[in-house]
Design a protein around this ligand. Structure first.
Ligand code: CAA
Length: 259
């Protein structure tokens, strides 16, 4: 397994790849090295036929407190344009394996945006969300203004992006940002268990479900429904569809082989 400087990777059994952000002194601030390492690790897991779900977690205190402010402070407009700063995060959106964010503590700025880049967002009862970039004289740059608005609607997205206030987990769950809330000491187990559940499903069906739901954020209802139907029809070309339906009729647990 590749050695990284700012993240740790492991493979708890059951087809789950785990990526832990590991910059505790900086509350897991998302430096360019974190971006490179995390997207690399996620791509490696995505290429691994044994991995059916990827969990991204931080520490108890912080999932991530945003992009690394000390790294950005001295940058000028030409620097960020030439580097296309933060564009590399979009590589994570290209990962086809379902991504689960396990969020404990602060998920601010880029941390909130990283969590929203994931497919399931499982949060601890101590999680806090926010887009405080406005307080730094900037705006979200990893998709926050777009994904937050799609997740919770204009009213709350404007409130968070314009005032920079934080949103406690209860509010985030009510607003539809969060998939599940669990006690902090159960967060990682819950996220890995969700990963195991997904990894035990048909790999191609899980990828298709992810693609179909994400399509809803990109297109019109009629186009989306047409897109879904194509993927639904394609599922009938898989051995997993035969296995899933036979197992149901034979009253046994399906064993999906990925074919
Ligand atoms: N970048 C760099 N370092 C950070 C950081 C960040 N985003 N967030 C925290 N740190 C560092 C602090 O500088 C501090 O380092 P030192 O011990 O060396 O001084 C350490 O982490 C601990 O932080 P605090 O002492 O501030 O801890 P706290 O408990 O008092 O406060 C906090 C916690 C409320 C999260 C506070 O750290 C904070 O407000 N952080 C910045 C949040 C923020 O503005 N995020 C947006 C960043 S911009 C962005 O993300 C752009 C984008 O869209 C991608």
């Amino acid at each position: 397994m590749t050695h990284y400087e700012t993240i740790e990777t492991s493979t708890p059994d059951g087809g789950v790849g785990l990526i832990r952000l590991n910059r505790p002194k900086a509350l897991n601030a998302l430096s360019l090295t974190v971006m490179r390492e995390l997207t690399h690790a996620a791509a490696e897991f995505d290429d691994d036929a044994e991995i059916g779900a990827i969990v991204i977690s931080g520490s108890e205190r912080a999932f991530a407190a945003g992009a690394d402010i000390s790294e950005m402070a001295a940058l000028d407009y030409p620097d960020v344009v030439q580097a296309d700063l933060l564009a590399g995060w979009e590589d994570l959106a290209q990962v086809r394996t379902p991504l689960i964010a396990a969020v404990c503590g602060y998920a601010l700025g880029g941390g909130c945006e990283l969590a929203m880049l994931c497919d399931l967002l499982i949060a601890s009862d101590t999680a806090v969300f926010g887009q405080p970039e406005i307080k730094l004289g900037i705006i979200p740059g990893m998709g926050g203004s777009q994904r937050l608005t799609r997740a919770v609607g204009k009213a709350k997205a404007m409130d968070l992006c314009l005032t920079g206030r934080t949103m406690p987990v209860e509010e985030a769950e009510r607003a539809g940002l969060v998939s599940r809330v669990v006690p902090a000491d159960q967060l990682l187990d819950e996220a890995i268990e969700a990963g195991r559940t997904i990894a035990a499903m048909s790999r191609s069906a899980a990828m298709a479900a992810k693609e179909a739901v994400n399509r809803a954020l990109e297109t019109t209802l009629s186009e989306g429904v047409r897109f879904e139907r194509k993927l639904f029809h394609a599922a009938f070309a898989s051995l997993d569809q035969k296995e899933g339906m036979s197992a149901f009729l034979e009253k046994r647990t399906p064993v999906f082989g990925g074919g």
